[in-house]
Write a protein that binds this ligand. Structure first.
Ligand code: X5A
Ligand code: ZN
Length: 674
């Protein structure tokens, strides 16, 4: 099961034929540089190349009116003057004699991608298309878009494959109002968009792009807008919105198919977006969506006008779809006040529709986002783009580092009577263990028993994490006699190496000596049903849930609300995932957890399980190998007590862990002073 890539040079064969400052950035090179970057990076070759096709009239009519289609059909025969005049009735778009052909190919590409994914020919894929689609409406071209490629694809998937729920994520920096209008009253399509808004001062200047447009009639709750009211948003702002609104709602929605309006004008250097998120953020955004819908994800290009930033972002997206290890996102900054304000507004607007947001805070009292008046400019922590600032296109950022896959993907350390799962490699250590390690092990962990099996297992585990450190092995799994002891041994060993940072995620009840974690070399998150009240350090975080790990919605709630933000902020070099005996975590949840943790440490995760958990070996290995996790069933509301516990904990921790914030911090005063 591979990754589809759709591209055809024909879609570069139209361009702006007159002078129009609003449209001059939409150039054929957008497609050629993106494709060439994929070829140069060796990524195009690794994809399954799927040919383009034209969308039929019938397919276009799934979204557009007959009058509009008939009008566009005439454009190939128009004179330059007629084309100019035809163009004038729409906003920020241009026509060309060949654009109708390209628009049919762009929509057809999206449909062919959906076919390839739905029939199982590929797992996921990306279509590089022009013209883009998300601004085009029932009867109007708009914002460089002619036909609404993704909206047509969603309708098509429902009609042809009986797909019940489609999730559309629009990470382009403009509001895809065409998509919003198309599905406003349709609860089978959940549309999420973030977009530069600046209190309606940014194009397309629509009142309905604000956070309070939540959908209509049966579709209420199925339209999520997160308006950005400042430029300069960074990786931390984007991740905050993913963790605290999009992902919990998306998992609750439980889509059968994920479509991405993949515009990259939300990346640094783009003249339209003027944001500061770096291209590697798209690796993470893509990855975080890849365990929904059993991995069925189709990304369709929308905007992106800085050719460097665009092509790097496209490469990051495709490389992630191919399953390569994710880059570490270092220097993640805290979300800015304006981003938190938008998040807080969107969460409160949706709390009546989604149980995962049920206890979200009220919108900030002054509700500055709804005032939409010229506000006395009060400074946020982000600089305005002023004269002394660099223009967006002069911005410089480092090229994303190469993402190299280690020669061995998944290694295992298993007892002799357990068959090594397909695709995994049993760890064999050729060298004799370091005598220093031997003596340390004997002294600390094997005092009482002269247990040669346990000794071999421990030294194999140490070899395994050493090889992960050297990037010879990506990840691994191990069944051990005693998970707690093995965990302590590995933590101790790892902490001895300078520069190491270990995120330890422990699920299930059991006593863990908390003294190991106060120096910052490890961050221990323990999800259980035992309230130990012993969180004394920033680096030891017990999450106590009423039903421990057996309540799915409480568990996933804490994964998105706590574990992911903490992990991103901590930026570990290694993840240790430990399942305690009788944890109660179900198979699909376990796979989701493993899949999501692959975000960190370039995929270097070691999973430790108790010796008798043989039944878990295959499904653990398959997720470590990159198979999508089993989808969770539609979630129930998390227990009220859990939500309250987590909120109290968030309150305590968010001054030290900034990515936990979901509201504007009160001491910053914020809107009240405006
Ligand atoms: C697809 C897309 C942007 C149109 C901007 C017009 N369109 N000012 O990014
Ligand atoms: Zn855009």
């Amino acid at each position: 099961m591979g990754t589809a890539l759709i591209y055809d040079v024909e879609m570069t064969r139209y361009k702006l034929l007159w002078v129009d400052p609003a449209c001059k950035i939409e150039v054929p090179e957008r497609l050629t540089v993106s494709y060439e970057a994929l070829v140069r990076g060796g990524l195009a070759d690794r994809c399954i190349s799927v040919p383009v096709r034209e969308a039929t009239d019938e397919e276009i009519l799934l979204v557009h009116s007959e009058e509009y289609l008939e009008a566009v059909k005439k454009t190939p025969y128009m004179t330059l003057e007629d084309l100019k005049e035809f163009t004038l009735q729409y906003g920020d778009v241009y026509f060309h004699p060949n654009i109708y052909h390209c628009a049919k190919l762009a929509a057809g590409s999206a449909l062919h991608l959906v076919d390839s994914v739905m029939t199982g020919k590929v797992r996921n894929g990306m279509a590089l298309v022009r013209p883009p689609g998300h601004h085009s409406m029932h009867s109007a071209a708009n914002g460089f878009c002619v036909f609404n490629n993704v909206a047509i694809a969603a309708q098509y998937a429902k009609q042809k494959y009986g797909v019940k729920r489609v999730l559309i994520i629009d990470w382009d920096i403009h509001h895809g109002q065409g998509v919003q209008y198309c599905f406003e009253d349709d609860p089978s399509v959940l549309y999420f968009s973030w977009h530069r808004f600046e209190h309606q001062k940014f194009w397309p200047h629509l009142r309905e792009s604000d956070y309070d447009s939540v959908g209509k009639a049966y579709g209420a709750g199925f339209n999520i807008n997160v308006p950005w009211n400042k430029v300069g948003m960074e990786n931390g702002d984007y991740l905050t919105v993913f963790c605290h609104i999009l992902l919990p709602v998306a998992y609750e929605f439980c889509p059968d198919l994920v479509l991405v309006c993949a515009g990259f004008d939300s990346a640094i250097g783009d003249p339209e977006g003027e944001m500061c998120a770096t291209p590697d953020i798209f690796a993470h955004l893509t990855h975080l969506l890849m365990n929904l819908a059993g991995g069925k994800l189709c990304a369709v290009l929308e905007g992106g006008y800085n050719l460097t930033s665009l092509s790097q972002s496209v490469c990051q997206t495709v490389q992630t779809l191919l399953g390569d290890p994710l880059p570490r996102l270092s220097n993640l900054s805290a979300p800015c006040k304006s981003a938190l304000e938008s998040l807080q507004c969107a969460r409160s607007a949706h709390r009546q529709y989604w149980s995962s947001l049920k206890y979200a805070a009220d919108a900030p009292t002054s509700e500055i986002s709804t005032k939409r008046i010229k506000l006395a400019e009060k400074e946020d922590e982000r600089p305005e783009i002023g004269e002394e600032e660099k223009s967006p296109e002069e911005k410089v950022w480092p090229e994303p580092p190469q993402r190299v896959s280690p020669p061995i993907h998944t290694a295992s350390v298993l007892p002799n009577d357990v068959v090594c799962p397909g695709g995994c490699q049993p760890l064999t250590s050729s060298e004799d263990p370091d005598p220093l390690i031997v003596s340390k092990l004997k002294e600390n962990f094997l005092k009482d028993a002269d247990d040669s099996d346990a000794f071999t297992a421990f030294s194999n585990l140490i070899t395994l994490i050493k090889k992960m450190e050297m990037n010879q092995i990506c990840n691994g799994l191990a069944l051990v006699r005693n998970v707690t002891t093995a965990m302590m041994c590995l933590i101790q060993h790892s902490a001895a190496t300078p520069g190491n940072r270990v995120l330890v995620v422990c699920v299930g009840n059991g006593k863990i000596p908390s003294h190991v974690t106060s120096d910052g070399k490890t961050l221990l998150v323990h999800i259980s049903s035992e309230d130990r009240q012993e969180q004394k350090s920033k680096y030891y975080i017990p999450l106590c849930l009423k039903k421990g790990c057996s309540d799915m919605s409480g568990f996933i709630h804490s994964v998105f609300g706590f574990l992911l933000p903490l992990g991103y902020e901590y930026d570990p070099s290694l993840v240790l995932l430990v399942q305690m005996p009788d944890s109660g975590v179900c198979d699909s949840m376990w796979q989701q957890l493993i899949g999501l943790l692959r975000s960190f440490a370039q995929g270097h995760t070691l999973v430790l399980m108790q010796e008798d958990e043989k039944a878990l070996v295959d499904l653990t290995a398959s997720t470590l190998l990159g198979e999508p996790a089993l989808p969770l069933e539609q979630l129930q509301a998390p227990p009220t007590e859990d939500v309250k516990t987590l909120e109290m904990l968030r309150h305590r921790l968010q001054t030290e862990w900034k990515l936990l914030q979901t509201t504007v911090p009160p001491e910053s005063g914020g809107a009240d002073e405006l």
